[in-house]
Ligand binder design. Structure first.
Ligand code: GLA
Length: 385
């Protein structure tokens, strides 16, 4: 949706002009999947697909929200913020407002129009984008000082404790802290981070959505978290580690006898994926894109065989991508069970790649994949209209 259209839509719904635009980004993750909640390093980047919030401070005691493509208004009262957990639309926003208020931020009434261009349920973190965009909006309207890492943390808390999804910090951090043309190497146990230029030369990243219908992702995700916690507890009986990411591949080989079944497989994924992040960042910095592509493939195989979060759709989409000469590597990103893949593809071959992979996917799965034109952008933005 164009900005002028969104501004007009705001005026139609609220009868006044929007004054500000706050945005936060959806994200991809180059590598480091299902390791953020194990204290590992992740390597996400913020996208041009974003949650745009057009706003106007009203100063009353309610937040009125409207959404592109959805009729009507959702209204939440600032003195009842603990009571909106059941909202189908607006619960992320209420959760963010609730936790900001708990921290002492005065939640000021406002009218907000949400134009979220991050596709929902795509593994590109629409929920984080909504949360972070809401957090920056409410902090700006409260007139408080804030830092963007804090916006990420309060957003994660809303997702964990209000929306009930036990996610790690990666998505919200990337959404708030992303930087144009860079990926963020984030250590999830310390929140130390480094920006690394995402320079792919003749290549680019193609983001593709397998369009599998959303199905119980949150509950399956929470089960994975329990499994790795079980693994950590067992390993801690012999190794003094705080998190699974601290276990080196060599140590893992020595302690894996303590584990069995799915718990052993899940832990192996985490340990090896953490090692791959390190190698991938080295490869990128050295300009070795072939090696980077190989590591992306390895990551996918591990998510398929050990972590078991891919499914036939993501496996097919990434496998068809890998068959292409112009593609150096491909993998699922995000929580999995549906959602998106990224592939490293030669820029001059993207059109043919999209056409052939799209057709092969349709023939195999029976419905279409979507391919997005993406670029790597800043995380949060704030603008007067
Ligand atoms: C989801 C979660 C993140 C992370 C990824 C998997 O996107 O929100 O915290 O765990 O899955 O890497």
């Amino acid at each position: 949706m164009e900005r002028t259209e969104a501004v007009q839509a705001f005026e139609n719904v609220f009868g006044a002009k929007a004054e500000d635009l706050f945005t936060a980004a959806g994200r991809i993750n180059v590598i480091g999947e299902h390791v953020d909640y194990c204290g590992g390093k992740v390597f996400p980047a913020a996208l041009n697909l974003r949650c745009n919030v057009y706003g106007r401070k009203t100063g009353g005691n309610s937040i009125r929200m409207a959404f592109r493509g959805i009729d009507g208004i959702v209204e939440i009262e600032t003195d009842k913020l603990d009571s909106y957990k059941g909202l189908k639309i607006g619960n992320y926003q209420a959760g963010v407002a609730y936790f900001l208020q708990k921290e002492g931020v005065e939640i000021v009434g406002c009218d907000l129009y949400y134009d979220c261009t991050v596709p929902f349920g795509s593994g590109l973190s629409s929920s984080a984008a909504i949360e972070v965009a809401t957090a920056v909006t409410l902090c700006e309207y409260a007139g408080v000082e804030y830092d963007k890492v804090h916006l990420a943390l309060v957003s994660q808390r809303a997702e964990n404790e209000y929306a009930g999804v036990n996610c790690g910090i990666m998505d919200q951090f990337a959404s708030a802290m992303g930087k144009k043309d860079h990926a963020v190497l984030l250590d999830c146990s310390t929140l130390e981070y480094e920006y690394v230029p995402l320079q792919l030369g003749e290549y680019c990243l193609v983001v593709a959505n397998c369009n599998k219908p959303h199905n119980l992702v949150e509950s399956k995700y929470n089960v994975r978290r329990q499994e790795v916690e079980t693994a950590l507890k067992a390993i801690q009986t012999v190794l003094p580690v705080k998190c699974l990411a601290e276990v080196t591949p060599k140590q893992f080989a020595e302690v894996r006898y303590l584990l069995s079944g799915v718990v052993e497989k899940r832990a192996e994924h985490v340990v090896m994926e953490c090692a791959r992040v390190h190698s991938a960042v080295e490869a990128l910095k050295a300009g070795d894109l072939v090696e980077l592509g190989r590591l992306l493939n390895e990551s996918h195989y591990s998510l398929r065989d050990l972590y078991e979060v891919t499914g036939k759709e993501l496996d097919a989409l990434s496998a068809f991508a890998r068959k292409e000469n112009a593609c150096l590597g491909s993998r699922m990103i995000g929580a999995g069970f549906g959602g998106c893949t990224i592939s490293i593809v030669k820029k001059t071959e993207v059109e043919g790649f999209v056409r052939r992979v799209g057709k092969a996917y349709f023939d195999a799965i029976g419905y279409k994949a979507s391919f997005y034109e993406t670029s790597i952008e800043d995380g949060v933005t704030v603008e007067k209209l």
